[in-house]
Design a protein around this ligand. Structure first.
Ligand code: FE2
Ligand code: FE2
Length: 212
């Protein structure tokens, strides 16, 4: 290879979108920063925080890379405000993340939460994110109608509400049941685990807490 050829091939590689920026260290702080650049809605930010709490707690339980898992959870709906329909979300968001230098594990995790893309959830991170996404949203909704938020929320009452189609109708029940099954956890244990993970940030999630 001549010098000119070598220069040309290096230039070509660096012109590829995924190499344009330096790789991002996948931390929750970096993900929070990226998320906030694309998302202004308080409800969406709270949803991201709720899913992060659940996925982060599972990362600890499984001994996985907690920062990477938290980053993926925070980013899973990062493009929803700019791509609010399923013909764009999250598939049109993925190239933005790649372009910003987010690692494949994060980008693929983000893509995999969307059932309509039909991607295999073949890693523990993908299974966990899918299992926590709709459920965290549903638990949030349960907490919003209770005087003490999620402080005393039990799996039994979450399951009862899951059977009422009119309550939080936007939450796909099938995804909740399938998510737990794919992750290999009992629904009761899963609900309890996610509620406990969300409790410490109940205030940030806009949930009432009983005054003590
Ligand atoms: Fe989504
Ligand atoms: Fe979500």
């Amino acid at each position: 290879m001549t010098n000119d050829e070598a220069t040309a091939s290096v230039t070509a590689v660096w012109a590829m979108p995924s190499y344009r920026n330096r790789a991002v260290e996948p931390t929750r702080e970096a993900a929070w920063e990226t998320l906030n650049r694309y998302t202004k809605s308080e409800a969406l930010l709270r949803h991201a925080l709720a899913v992060e709490a659940a996925v982060g707690a599972y990362a600890q339980r499984f001994g996985e890379d907690e920062q990477l898992w938290r980053a993926t959870a925070l980013l899973h709906d990062f493009d929803y405000e700019i791509h609010p329909t399923l013909d764009q979300h999250p598939q049109d968001g993925a190239p933005i993340l790649r372009d910003e230098g987010w690692p494949d594990e994060v980008v693929e995790g983000v893509l995999s939460h969307a059932s309509h893309l039909g991607l295999e959830r073949d890693t523990q991170l993908k299974k966990t994110l899918f299992a926590c996404d709709e459920l965290a949203g549903f638990i949030h909704a349960c907490g919003l109608v209770r005087p003490d938020g999620i402080e005393t929320l039990e799996p039994k009452s979450v399951k009862k509400k899951l059977k009422q189609p009119s309550f939080a109708a936007g939450v796909n029940r099938q995804d909740v049941y399938e998510g737990a099954e794919e992750l290999g956890v009992e629904l009761d244990d899963h609900i309890r685990f996610v509620v406990e993970a969300m409790r410490p940030i109940a205030g940030e999630l806009g949930l009432r807490q009983s005054a003590e």
